[in-house]
Design a protein around this ligand. Structure first.
Ligand code: GTP
Length: 597
């Protein structure tokens, strides 16, 4: 155990975590030439294309230092806030963390939030100043920022470049010298922390764990405390680029177990794994079920594909336990599903996977957060509103609560005013403002989650010319003056376009919605009135004028190829459209409320 080191890499998004991890694998010879690929750890196609790490993974390296063999377990963590729960579990499985800071960008919001998580878990922090090869790097100043943040010596900050490999040897030495060896007793009852799981269509769920105490053996009868279920450890092993089956894994080490579990939701990240016959009484604290934060309807474009969509969703859920869904029906769209996601990125990923892996064409409706509505009749019993149409009738409504978050934004002092106005426009309340340096300011706000879900991040980037970073965590429910704004097309309400909006903004947003829908819904053979309403009261109106000409009219008789091209184009355009009554609504229109500015 004295020769094991468990560490993770934490960083703000794009500061170079995956690239540096690749260099560590190269340097320790964990990866052979043939296996070398860009961003090795990001094995899912989607991850590689988007350049982000979605799921965390673990990998074991062997390294000889001062004549002794060490085992270094690197536990990779996802960088996006949607997946922050996984970061916290990965951190809990380690004794040390490399804190990577981009030498040009300096400390950003997630640098700080991840650092706090690491400190809460008593991790030894090794600061790494990365990307020192960049011409725009500012090593002295950024080192000062790091020293201020951590209260460490400047000499403790390791200069490195994931691109050139500079500094990698120093990082490995620091991991061995500074990160404490794991503690724990291999003879006690098994106590292991599950920090990740991966679904494999052939072998079932592979569970990644860190043994805190005891020993896990091949064939052992093991118990998952959260579900209370027992399974046989059919295969256990350690992870390099491939899996290496082993007979046993002892306290201090990291590994995987395959038990024949076929559904991702049976294995819960954060849960304790123990021996079925001789269970530990020491349950690892802090386990929580991951809660979806954003809800939206997913409907097949073709109503006949409903059953196939259900099959696809079920298959997706097998390997993504954080996806939840329930059947719902919409007067406008027919049968579909209300789905819960960790965040907007997660929602996009699911939509993309449905289309790529399952060949489904779907319409996603306006996303919303989960509200609690209280009626006058039962003022203490919340009605969970995951769909605006489920809001109880306003006449009997006592109050509505919505989820709030605490947001941390780091920006340059020049943009403080802009960021402040944006946050106030988004119903934020300033809590604090601190100068980290003369140039850089950290601001904290309380804000409704719903405002973040909408276009907040893009707006923040615009008002700060890209010099703002952002992180948040939920702080609970608060009462808000919310009303439901409905949209009527051709005098027919389209339930899938309804949204809950703060009463003070409802008129402005209703008006903007009508204008935006006018832009997005294609003209048809007749006039289409668009109205926004609160209850029976119309608050805004626009009209889409009827088309006067046939699109093909201007192709003279002979030009058949041009005509065909136009028709093709029309057909393509139709792909993501839904017929509602006699109006065709394109996918973008369902997202209109997100793009009003
Ligand atoms: P997430 O996984 O999305 O959190 O990002 P990450 O922190 O893993 O960053 P990643 O390794 O994907 O690197 C982000 C970008 O920075 C990529 O375009 C890399 O090529 C680039 N990059 C990473 N390290 C270095 C470096 O040392 N020098 C330079 N010049 N570029 C780097």
């Amino acid at each position: 155990m004295k020769h094991i080191r468990n560490f993770c890499i934490i960083a703000h998004i794009d500061h170079g975590k995956s690239t540096l991890a690749d260099r560590l694998l190269d340097f320790t010879g964990t990866v052979t030439e043939r296996e070398k690929k860009e961003q090795l750890l990001d094995s899912m196609d989607l991850e590689r294309e988007r350049g982000i790490t979605i799921k965390s993974h673990a990998i074991q390296m062997e390294y000889t230092y001062k004549g002794e063999e060490y085992i270094l377990n690197l536990i990779d963590t996802p960088g996006h806030v949607d997946f922050s729960y996984e970061v916290s579990r990965s951190i809990a499985a380690c004794e040390g963390a490399l804190l990577i800071v981009d030498a040009a960008q300096s400390i950003q919001a997630q640098t700080i939030s991840n650092l706090y998580l690491a400190l809460e878990n008593d991790l030894e922090i090794i600061p790494v100043l990365n990307k020192v090869d960049l011409p725009s790097a500012n090593p002295e100043e950024v080192t000062d920022d790091i020293v201020d943040l951590l209260g460490c010596d400047p000499e403790e900050v390791i200069h490195a470049s994931g691109k050139t490999g500079f500094g990698v040897e120093n990082i490995l030495a620091a991991i061995i010298e500074r990160v404490p060896a794991p503690k724990g007793n291999p003879d006690e009852p098994l106590q292991a922390l599950i920090f990740d799981s991966v679904y494999n269509p052939f072998r079932g769920v592979e569970t990644y764990f860190r043994v805190l105490n005891g020993t896990i053996k091949k064939g052992q009868n093991i118990k998952f405390i959260a579900t209370g279920k027992n399974y046989f450890a059919d295969e256990i092993g350690t992870l390099k680029l491939k899996q290496f089956p082993r007979q046993e894994i002892k306290a201090g080490d990291v590994g995987y177990v395959i038990t024949g579990i076929k559904e991702a939701k049976e294995v819960k990240v954060g849960d304790t794994l123990t021996d079925a016959k001789n269970p530990t009484t020491n349950i690892i604290e802090g386990f929580e079920d991951v809660k979806p934060m954003v809800f939206a309807g997913i409907y097949p474009v073709d109503t006949e594909d409903y059953e196939e969509l259900r099959n696809s969703m079920e298959k997706l859920q097998l390997n993504d336990a954080s996806l939840v869904f329930a059947p719902e029906s919409s007067a406008a769209l027919g049968f579909g599903f209300r789905c819960g996601f960790l965040g907007m990125l997660h929602m996009e990923i699911i939509q993309e996977r449905l289309e790529r892996e399952f060949d489904m064409t779907v319409i996603t409706t306006v996303p919303n957060v989960s509200y609690h509505a209280f009626t006058r009749k039962y003022p203490d019993v919340p009605v969970i509103v995951n769909n605006p149409t489920d809001l109880p009738d306003p006449s009997g409504l006592d109050r509505v609560e919505e989820p709030f978050i605490k947001a941390t934004i780091i920006t340059k002092s020049d943009f403080v005013g802009n960021v402040m106005s944006l946050c106030i426009e988004k119903r934020g309340m300033v809590l604090n403002q601190t100068y980290l340096t003369t140039e850089r300011v950290e601001m904290t706000f309380d804000m409704p989650l719903a405002e973040i879900v909408f276009d907040f991040y893009d707006r923040l980037k615009t008002v700060s010319k890209g010099y703002a970073s952002f992180d948040y965590h939920p702080i609970g429910m608060k009462t808000s003056k919310l009303v439901r704004v409905d949209i009527l097309l051709n005098a027919q309400p389209v339930d899938a376009l309804s949204a809950l909006i703060h009463a003070d903004n409802a008129h402005t947003i209703g008006k903007k919605m009508c204008e935006k829908l006018k832009e997005l819904i294609p003209r048809q053979q007749f006039d289409i009135p668009i109205q926004a309403a609160i209850g029976a009261k119309i608050i805004s109106r626009e009209t889409i004028k009827a088309l006067r000409k046939d699109v093909t009219a201007k192709c003279y008789g002979g030009d058949i190829s041009r005509k065909r091209k136009l028709l093709e184009k029309q057909k393509k355009g139709k792909k993501r459209m839904r017929q509602v009554g006699n109006v065709e609504i394109p996918q973008e229109a369902f997202m209109a409320v997100l793009k009003l500015n």
